[in-house]
Write a protein that binds this ligand. Structure first.
Ligand code: KIV
Ligand code: ZN
Length: 519
């Protein structure tokens, strides 16, 4: 069986989703989960883009083992050297360099001739090869590039040392049949001299279909992201392409190295970290992907699952939520459950998590995996605490103005504040803003029930902006107002931390910007 390599670009192209920047710790957590998932390559970032990106790639290269760590670089000397510096310590490393090839880009954006673009691409692949053995080259906007010229570029960069050529559908313009023919032509020209990779954007909703068509025509690597996040309409969704290959092995005669049982956990982690929710009807990982509503379907399923189910929920790691722990569970059971869920925590972190778990078990009888994941995610998202919630009392009714009485500590000082608001959350947020003397803008407020029932752990995610600092905060609690307060305070702590250490800020350079070439 042919094995298609999975090149995950959640941490690079995925991070280009509007509002999705991740901090270094979050990227490391995501990278570790991608290793458990079994991806072949992690594109960890674009080191020249910012100090934050460089630091994240470097730490992933040093701390995450077992996969190839790739760093993106324009076909420019300083980019390639910076990418190398970031991944130098990775046991398996790749430089991924790119240059536009379509006339539209060359004429209007970069103002260079086709000959100059080809020459620069070859020179930069050679430079990258002098630093690492594994070099990937992407002719950007390949699908709007004239085929004979594209073939010349592909052949020349392979001769210069690229072992993977990635064909990006940068603007999501191509169609499955057309893209398949393009990949076939490339395969006929280069035979097995390099791996053909594809990188499809989803502007017409065809990223997965285009990638599958490419696989049928000779592509050996697919670039994709978890939940399909990425620039504009996103990238090819990893879970969809992987499950299409697995489910229709009879047709594609190909598979991947992905441990599909880790799919749902990875999807949830990326949602938590980026704050980008998955639409309920999204294939594979949407909340409704395995929910059967119609009576006829339910009747069929009860008789035989095969009638209406083409994928077993357990194949993507969705088990009927198991009751795992309760009030009487001890440290040992908690620790081994954390391990089974894939968390690698220090003994101190486990201790903090255990106390939280016990508190939760006092409020809520049944503790599910999702509850534990929410607790850990809240804990691991914490930065150094400037503000800490000590107590909160909220009153609200139909005929009374909502009121919040808050006790909060700022370093060693404890402050009490009472505020009124239009609603209970408004009152809580006014009290926090007044106690902390901060003036951030609330850009987004989202509430989610983690498990079923009225005692469900509620998770609140907020996005705050103060000056040019934009952060996300999460909080989980059985009391939704406490969860909202925790989320807001976590975000304020991140802002305070960023202000103290401005270098950790991720300043993203968007693709247009980053592709300007100095002549
Ligand atoms: O979409 C694109 O063309 C890219 C390249 C940098 C590969 O993301
Ligand atoms: Zn892209």
């Amino acid at each position: 069986m042919r094995i298609i390599k999975i090149f995950d670009t959640t941490l690079r192209d995925g991070e280009q989703s509007p509002g999705a920047s991740m901090n270094v710790e979050e990227k490391i957590m995501a990278a570790r989960q991608l290793v458990r998932l079994g991806v072949d390559v992690i594109e960890a970032g674009f080191p020249i883009a910012s100090q934050g990106d460089f630091d994240a790639v470097k730490r992933i290269a040093e701390e995450v083992q077992g996969v190839i760590i790739a760093a993106l670089a324009r076909a420019k000397e300083q980019d390639i050297k910076r990418a190398y510096e970031a991944i130098a310590n990775a046991p398996k490393k790749r430089i991924h360099t790119f240059h536009s090839t379509s006339d539209i880009h060359l004429k209007y954006q970069f103002r260079v001739s086709r000959e100059e673009a080809l020459k620069r691409s070859v020179e930069m692949v050679k430079l990258a090869r002098s630093l690492v053995d594994d070099v990937e080259f992407s002719p950007m906007d390949a699908t709007r590039t004239e085929l004979p010229y594209l073939l010349d570029v592909v052949e020349a960069v392979i001769e210069a040392g690229a072992s993977t050529v990635n064909i990006p559908d940068t603007v999501g313009y191509t169609l499955p049949e057309e893209f398949g023919m393009m990949i076939k032509a490339i395969k006929e020209r280069i035979k097995d001299s390099a791996v053909i990779s594809v990188h499809c954007h989803n502007d017409l909703g065809l990223a997965v279909a285009n990638s599958l068509s490419a696989i049928l025509n000779g592509a050996g690597q697919v670039e994709c992201t978890i939940n399909g996040i990425g620039e504009r309409a996103g990238n090819c969704s990893m879970e969809e392409v992987v499950m299409a290959l697995k489910t229709r092995k009879d047709y594609y005669k190909a598979d991947t190295n992905i441990n599909t049982k880790e799919i749902i956990r990875t999807s949830r982690l990326i949602t938590r970290i980026t704050g980008i929710s998955v639409q309920p009807n999204k294939a594979i990982v949407g909340a409704n992907a395995f929910a059967h509503e119609s009576g006829i379907h339910q009747d069929g399923l009860l008789k035989e699952k095969m009638t209406y189910e083409i994928i077993k929920p357990s194949d993507i790691g969705l088990s009927k939520t198991e009751l795992v722990l309760g009030k009487h569970s001890g440290r040992h059971a908690f620790k081994s459950r954390l391990k089974e869920l894939g968390y690698e925590l220090t003994p101190e972190e486990i201790e903090v998590a255990f106390v939280k778990f016990k508190n939760l078990a006092d409020q809520k009888k049944d503790i599910f995996d999702e509850d534990i994941e929410a607790l850990i995610s809240e804990q691991t998202n914490k930065v150094v605490e400037t503000y800490r919630l000590k107590d909160l009392y909220v009153s609200s009714g139909i005929n009374s103005k909502p009121m919040a009485a808050l006790k909060l500590s700022i370093k060693d000082e404890v402050i009490d504040v009472i505020e009124y608001g239009d609603g209970p959350v408004d009152a809580v947020y006014k009290a926090i803003a007044s106690a902390t003397n901060t003036k951030s803008n609330l850009l987004k407020f989202e509430v989610k029930g983690i498990t079923g029932g009225t005692d469900a752990l509620g998770e609140v995610t907020v996005t705050l902006q103060e000056d040019d600092i934009k952060v996300r905060g999460q909080g989980a609690d059985t009391n939704i107002l406490v969860a909202a307060a925790k989320a807001y305070i976590t975000a304020l702590n991140k802002i305070a931390y960023r202000k103290r250490a401005p270098n950790i800020q991720t300043v993203k350079i968007m693709t247009d910007e980053c592709c300007k070439i100095d002549n």
